[in-house]
Design a protein around this ligand. Structure first.
Ligand code: ZN
Length: 465
C-alpha cells in the first residue's frame, strides 16, 4: 500500500533527526509561522482523501529556505465528535515522523518541521504525498475516522488569517477544564504516546493537570478512552486519596508502577519536590529550582534567552526529559499554570520567582493579584544577583521564608553534628536538601542536609588555582 509513496513509512523513523546540514527545507518553527489543527465535521461536508494546497509546493522551494506551514485536517465518522479533535491532532506528530526524511516537533501553534535532502533526492516533491500518507495513517490507526480531508497552507498571509481562528479553538479547549477539578471526578486519564522515546514516562491527565505537551486535557482523554479503550489514552480509576494537597492517589500510583515497569510507584500530581510527575520531553514549559533563592523559575519553549541560572530552555529540557522523575526540574503544559492546584504542595505561585515576559503575559489572568508584580521576568532579572535584588525590593513572599529558615538554622546549630537520620526516605525527597542563601559578606559555602540519604561513589575535592 505504501508503494505509492516516494518514501518509507514506519514508526521506526520516529526518532529520526534532520540536522541543519541534512536539511532541504525548514517549515514553520520558531523563526516562521505555522500550526496544526483537526476539526470534526459532518459526513456530507467532506470528500474523503481530498487534498488542497494553498501556497507554493515543495518543488517550488529552494534548498536551504524556510517557509510557513499550516496543516488542517477535517475528519468525519459516526463516532467522530468535537471532543476527539485534540487527540487526533496530537497524532499528526507521530504520523509525520513515521515518514522517512521528515522531522516534526511540538504541537498546535508550535509545530516545527524539517524535510531532509535525502527525502527530496528520493523523489519527494509535493506536500500532497505527505498529506496522503498522514491521511492513510489517520484512518488506519484511528478506525473511528471514516473520512478525512487535508488542507496544507504555505502562504504566510493565509496562515496569519487562519491562525486567529485556530488560536480561538485552542483556548476554547483549554477553557473547558477551568471549572472542573480533580475532586469532582473519579477517573483520570493516562497517555502512553511519549513512551516511544521515554519508556518510563507516566503521563497523568486530570481536570487540574493538562498533559505535559499541552495538547490533551481531561475531556480529550475521556473522549479518546471512550472511542478506543485499548488505545494510547486510557482511564485511570483514581482511587482513594493519599495526599490531598500533593495530589497523590492509590490509582495513580498503581498505574505509575505498571506503566514505568516498576521504576516509579509514587506520583504527586501537584508537587514539584516530592515524587513529582515524570517529564517526557515534549513539555511546553520546564520549571527549575533556584537554590540560591529557594524558589522555582519557569521557562517555556519559545524563550530563546537564558534564565537567571544561566541556562536556556533546551539545556534544561535535556536534563529534565526522558520520562524520569527529576527533583529540581519539572516539565508541564502551559495550561497547568491556570489550575488553582498549580504546585500547591510547594506554595503555589508564592514559590514562583521568575518567568519569561511572554509566558507571564499569556497566563497573567490566572496569577494571583497580590503576587503578579513580584514575579520578575527577563526585563527585571537576568542573573542570580538581579533576581535576588528584585525579590527583596518587591517583598516577594519567598524573602520571608529565607528569614524563617535562617532562624531555624540557628536553633538547630547545637545538634548539627548529630548523625544524619537515615529514614526509609527515597532520594527523591528533595525538601531535605537545601542550599542556604549565601549570606552577604560571608565567605565559603555552607550545605545543610536534613533527613538526607546520600550515596557517593567517589568525590574529589581540589584546591582552586
Ligand atoms: Zn510527552
Amino acid at each position: 500500500m505504501a508503494d505509492e509513496f516516494p518514501f518509507e513509512i514506519s514508526p521506526m523513523f520516529e526518532g529520526e533527526r534532520v540536522r541543519k546540514g541534512d536539511m532541504y527545507v525548514e517549515l514553520a518553527g520558531p523563526k516562521s509561522r505555522g500550526f496544526e489543527l483537526v476539526r470534526a465535521v459532518e459526513m456530507d461536508e467532506i470528500e474523503d482523501g481530498k487534498f488542497t494546497l494553498i501556497g507554493p509546493d515543495l518543488s517550488e522551494m529552494e534548498e536551504g529556505t524556510r517557509h510557513p506551514l499550516a496543516m488542517i485536517y477535517r475528519i468525519a465518522g459516526e463516532l467522530v465528535e468535537p471532543d476527539l479533535e485534540a487527540i487526533v491532532e496530537r497524532r499528526n506528530h507521530d504520523f509525520q515522523n513515521y515518514i522517512q526524511g521528515i522531522m516534526h516537533l511540538n504541537q498546535r501553534y508550535d509545530i516545527w518541521l524539517r524535510v531532509s535532502k535525502g527525502a527530496i533526492q528520493k523523489g519527494l516533491n509535493s506536500f500532497e504525498s505527505i498529506a496522503r500518507a498522514a491521511m492513510m495513517l489517520f484512518k488506519n490507526e484511528l478506525p473511528f475516522i471514516e473520512k478525512v480531508e487535508a488542507t496544507y497552507i504555505t502562504d504566510m498571509d493565509e496562515i496569519e488569517k487562519e491562525l486567529v481562528g485556530a488560536m480561538e479553538i485552542y483556548s476554547a479547549r483549554d477553557e473547558r477544564t477551568r471549572d472542573l477539578h480533580d475532586e469532582d471526578v473519579d477517573t483520570f486519564y493516562g497517555c502512553s504516546l511519549c513512551q516511544s522515546f521515554a519508556p518510563t514516562n507516566v503521563c497523568v491527565i486530570t481536570p487540574d493537570r493538562i498533559s505535559l505537551c499541552g495538547a490533551i486535557n481531561w475531556f480529550d482523554g475521556r473522549a479518546a478512552a471512550k472511542v478506543d479503550p485499548e488505545g494510547p489514552q486510557f482511564a485511570i480509576n483514581k482511587g482513594k486519596v493519599i495526599d490531598e494537597i500533593g495530589g497523590e492517589y492509590y490509582g495513580v500510583n498503581d498505574i505509575a508502577n505498571s506503566l514505568s515497569s516498576g521504576e516509579y510507584d509514587r506520583i504527586k500530581l501537584h508537587s514539584f519536590f516530592e515524587y513529582p510527575h515524570t517529564s517526557c520531553g515534549c513539555f511546553e514549559v520546564v520549571g527549575f529550582y533556584v537554590p540560591e533563592v529557594d524558589g522555582i523559575g519557569w521557562v517555556d519553549r519559545d524563550f530563546a534567552g537564558t534564565a537567571p541560572n544561566g541556562l536556556s530552555f533546551s539545556t534544561m529540557a535535556g536534563q529534565t526529559g526522558g520520562g524520569k522523575q527529576i527533583v529540581g526540574f519539572l516539565g508541564i503544559g502551559i495550561n497547568y499554570f491556570r489550575s488553582p492546584k498549580f504546585i500547591q504542595a510547594d506554595g503555589g505561585w508564592n514559590r514562583v520567582v521568575w518567568m519569561p515576559k511572554k509566558l507571564k503575559d499569556k497566563v497573567s489572568g490566572d496569577i494571583p493579584k497580590d503576587i503578579i508584580d513580584k514575579i520578575p521576568t527577563e526585563e527585571d532579572a537576568s542573573d542570580l544577583e538581579s533576581l535576588k535584588k528584585f525579590l527583596i525590593e518587591k517583598k516577594h513572599p519567598i524573602v520571608e521564608k529565607w528569614a524563617e529558615e535562617e532562624e531555624a538554622e540557628k536553633e538547630e546549630e547545637p545538634v548539627s553534628h548529630a548523625p544524619v537520620p537515615m529514614g526509609g526516605q527515597s532520594p527523591f525527597q528533595m525538601p531535605a536538601f537545601q542550599m542556604p542563601v549565601p549570606a552577604a559578606g560571608g565567605s565559603g559555602v555552607k550545605l545543610i542536609f536534613r533527613n538526607a540519604k546520600i550515596s557517593i561513589d567517589r568525590m574529589i575535592v581540589k584546591k582552586r588555582d
